[in-house]
Design a protein around this ligand. Structure first.
Ligand SMILES: Cc1cc2nc3c(=O)[nH]c(=O)nc-3n(C[C@H](O)[C@H](O)[C@H](O)COP(=O)(O)OP(=O)(O)OC[C@H]3O[C@@H](n4cnc5c(N)ncnc54)[C@H](O)[C@@H]3O)c2cc1C
Length: 400
């Protein structure tokens, strides 16, 4: 079966869903292909940043969006040994919402999908896995997808590839990936939350170990950082020892580490930092993780994915409408968005190298103990990471 649209978006993650919503909103017949039957996947990253909340405001849906269950976080704290410091402060941002909203990603994606469905030119196809590109006269003319009923062709003037960091289509497009490396992997686990637990503490660095806790209302979502590729050794030493390590870093969790019953309760995120040298081919553009996989430092992957989508729709929807879309337009999107991704990755690599790598290898980086003193002398300092995390280097605004 063959089908035609102006725009075919592959991948219903934050990048693809926002791009599809914006193209449809601009009146472009848009098909979105998502391989899963729903958005219900755990530990996908749940941070909605102030700049993304501004985008929701520009779309006129912010108040409705904030009706969905979420936690507001106005600052991020760190626990160095026994000293608590504020690492990032969002309360001074020039945005409508001066907080991060922690919301399960399926809530966010369902919300965007419902908004997009209000436009008759939007067509969401779940359980549809893009398997290959259709090439015609040296340009991408759409995708071939596997559905429950067999192979389907979706022909389009523009194919937006937003299929995440394991992107199949960027490989099919022959786009080269530059790997930047990371010294760590992250283990995700969930432990229950009690009413007398501390509220504000987010990151812990203690005895050469690093763990971050995200307050999810009834439970803590915990990110435990390990040296890259060492999960197998950790498993060999046994779950009991791992439970002991978690209790040693965050002592108030000691009374509930038994909730980790098997290694199935511990999910591995293999950290990758990379980017494409070139984000486009004639008729095709990669955005989000497919164009640049981010380190989890700062939790900025979703925000950058959304910003890419906004820029792509702003710049390309009018061109598509007039039938004047050229390869140069696609290059302009990369030119606009790549510097923000590069600068963010450079900062993440610096932190990976100077803090995380050293903590994991040597116990503690040499300068961290001076941080509390520095922050006492310059209490405004946390506003800088607040701006970098909350807004990013180049926040985008909806113009289409
Ligand atoms: C465990 C974990 C925790 C994270 N925590 C955070 C965080 O706290 N904050 C943050 O900002 N970022 C976080 N991230 C990163 C964040 O999730 C990503 O940066 C962000 O989701 C990227 O969005 P995306 O739309 O580009 O890709 P993805 O979210 O990966 O979406 C890609 C979509 O494409 C679909 N897909 C893939 N292949 C195909 C195909 N062939 N056909 C059709 N559909 C396909 C997938 O099912 C998926 O829905 C985390 C990532 C992980 C893995």
């Amino acid at each position: 079966m063959s089908d035609a649209a102006r725009c075919c978006v592959v991948g219903g993650g934050p990048a693809g869903m926002m791009a599809a919503l914006l193209f449809a909103r601009a009146g472009t017949p848009t098909v979105l292909l998502e391989k899963h039957p729903d958005f219900l996947r755990d530990f996908r990253g749940d941070t909605i940043h102030p700049s993304t909340l501004d985008v929701m405001d520009e779309l006129g849906v912010l108040d409705a969006f904030l009706q969905r269950p979420h936690q507001k976080v106005t600052s991020l704290a760190g626990n160095l040994g026994d000293t608590v410091i504020t690492v990032a402060d969002f309360t001074h941002l020039p945005t409508r919402c001066k907080f991060l909203a922690f919301m399960p990603q399926w809530e966010f994606l369902n919300f965007l999908a419902e908004e997009a469905k209000r436009y008759p030119c939007f067509d969401l196809r779940m359980q549809t896995r893009a398997a290959d590109l259709i090439w015609e006269n040296g340009r991408v003319a759409g995708v071939r997808a596997q559905t429950r009923d067999g192979i389907e062709e979706v022909r389009a003037d523009l194919t937006i590839v937003a299929d995440g960091r394991e992107s199949l289509l960027r490989e099919r497009a022959g786009l080269e990936v530059v790997e930047l490396g990371a010294p760590m992997d992250v283990l995700w686990l969930r432990l229950s939350k009690r009413s007398d637990d501390p509220h504000e503490t987010f990151g812990y660095i203690r005895n050469g170990r690093i763990m971050a806790l995200i307050d999810r209302g009834s439970y803590w979502q915990c990110a435990y950082v390990i040296p890259k590729g060492t999960l197998a050794q950790l498993r060999e030493r046994g779950l009991e020892e791992f439970r002991g390590q978690v209790s040693a870093i965050v002592p108030f969790l000691a009374d509930r580490v038994e909730e980790l019953r098997t290694w199935d309760d511990v999910k591995l995120l293999t950290v990758r930092v990379n980017r494409l040298r070139r984000w486009y081919r004639p008729g095709l553009l990669c955005i989000g993780d497919a164009a640049h996989a981010m380190s989890p430092i700062g939790g900025v992957g979703i925000n950058l994915a959304i910003q890419d989508a906004v820029a792509a729709a702003n710049m390309l929807a009018p061109k598509l409408r007039s039938g004047m879309l050229s390869e140069r337009d696609l290059r302009e999107v990369q030119r606009r968005r790549e510097p923000a991704a590069r600068r963010t990755q450079a900062l993440q690599l610096f932190i990976q190298h100077t803090i995380i790598g050293r903590v994991l290898a040597q116990g503690r980086p040499p300068f961290l103990h001076r941080l509390p003193m520095l922050l006492r002398a310059m209490p405004f300092l946390p506003r800088i990471p607040g701006r970098l995390v909350g807004l990013g280097f180049r926040p985008e605004h909806v113009t289409s």
